[in-house]
Write a protein that binds this ligand. Structure first.
Ligand SMILES: NC(=O)c1ccc[n+]([C@@H]2O[C@H](COP(=O)([O-])OP(=O)(O)OC[C@H]3O[C@@H](n4cnc5c(N)ncnc54)[C@H](O)[C@@H]3O)[C@@H](O)[C@H]2O)c1
Length: 337
């Protein structure tokens, strides 16, 4: 195994890993462990270039630091990505090699499943490194936190207390997206969902009665709330003019293509719930599990995501700053205290 230390500014560690024998090519970024070990995802997907993989990994690691700090968790921020197609390239030997690379960090990075990996994959990684988070799928708790975040945003922007009849467009019908659709439908919301894998939306529509549209049409479809639950980077110079929503609040990490898009959304009078706060439910749940707390206690803490969002929205209004800046300030206050 060849592991290169990239020495990226502002990061504790960034490792570029290559294992000839298994074909593993991966990146592990530990951003900040001031508050505790860095808990973060293992994402597997094809990347156009190695630099694109490093950039995504670094940006997600940083978001995890902010997420833990803003929501009051004693965890740091880190992430890892495996370059490859999860449907074609994934193998136990490759996952174990990634586990051996993580083990070199001596427990400072705790992996959990993300896009392209499952809890079973994390268990395989856990054959080589400890600790790992492979017990329970955090996605339903991420979705529950997003639901509470949507509730807070809708009350703030639309003055509505219930979600009945609220038009919500959900991008992505994977672990988080599907769970969110179920929760929203149970609240009486009018939900439309899109996924690049049609089988996922077909099943979900049959089960819940949610509407389905082509993924290419979803962002420009009129709605009250847009809930991004696929990959990040969907708010860009190209998509902002087409958006027809009043609120953006979803499970996806790194929704904004660039930080300045927070101001662009505010100019268009679209209320943006910062992703690293509104999607923190899964991380809160995992942190509670690591502490040995029971399910009910963990779930109650996840419901607190709504309170965090209310705090962020209030701060943004009072200080006349973007919601992203307000959330960032909240996180930095805790990191520096
Ligand atoms: N799983 C969690 O608990 C958790 C926690 C925090 C953040 N997140 C973030 O939430 C997002 C979703 O995570 P997940 O675990 O549900 O992943 P997943 O892989 O289960 O689901 C993602 C879904 O998005 C679909 N998709 C991809 N590109 C799309 C597009 N352009 N349009 C529509 N659909 C598209 C995929 O086909 C897939 O069904 C990711 O950004 C992840 O980092 C997840």
């Amino acid at each position: 195994m060849n592991i290169d230390e990239l020495g990226a500014e502002g990061f504790e560690r960034v490792l570029l890993c290559h294992d000839e024998e298994t074909g593993l090519r991966s990146v592990i970024a530990v951003h900040d462990t001031t508050l505790g070990a860095a808990l973060g995802g293992v994402r597997m997907r094809p990347y156009p270039t190695q630099d694109a993989a490093i950039a995504e990994c670094a940006s997600l690691a940083k978001a995890m630091t902010l997420k833990a700090a803003a929501t009051g968790l004693d965890l740091g921020g880190g992430w890892s990505v495996i370059l490859g197609d999860p449907h074609e390239d994934k193998a136990d030997a490759l996952l174990r090699a990634h586990g051996r690379a993580i083990a070199t960090l001596g427990g400072r990075f705790i992996p959990v499943n993300d896009v392209g990996t499952t809890q079973q994959d994390i268990a395989v990684i856990g054959e080589e490194t400890s600790p790992v988070c492979a017990q329970d799928d955090p996605s339903p708790m991420t979705a529950l936190g997003v639901l509470e975040g949507i509730r807070a945003c809708v009350r703030h922007r639309l003055g509505r207390t219930g979600l009945g009849g609220l038009r919500v467009n959900v991008q992505g019908a994977g672990h988080v997206g599907a769970a969110l659709v179920r929760l929203l439908v149970a609240e009486g919301a009018d939900v439309t969902v899109a996924d690049v894998l049609p089988a996922r939306t077909e099943h979900l529509a049959a089960e819940t009665g949610a509407g389905v549209v082509d993924p290419a049409d979803l962002l420009a479809l009129d709605c009250d709330v847009l809930a991004p639950c696929a990959l990040g980077g969907i708010v860009t110079d190209a998509t902002i003019p087409a958006l027809r929503c009043q609120v953006i609040a979803g499970g996806a990490n790194n929704v904004l293509g660039a930080p300045e898009h927070a101001q662009d959304l505010a100019r268009r009078n679209i209320l943006y719930a910062p992703d690293f706060c509104v999607n923190a439910g899964g991380l809160i749940f995992l942190a509670e599990q690591l502490l040995g707390h029971d399910f009910e206690r963990a779930r109650n803490r996840v419901l607190g995501v709504g309170e965090v969002i209310r705090d962020v929205l209030g701060r943004a209004d009072r200080e006349n700053i973007s919601t992203t800046q307000a959330a960032h300030d909240l996180a930095m206050t805790r990191l520096k205290s």
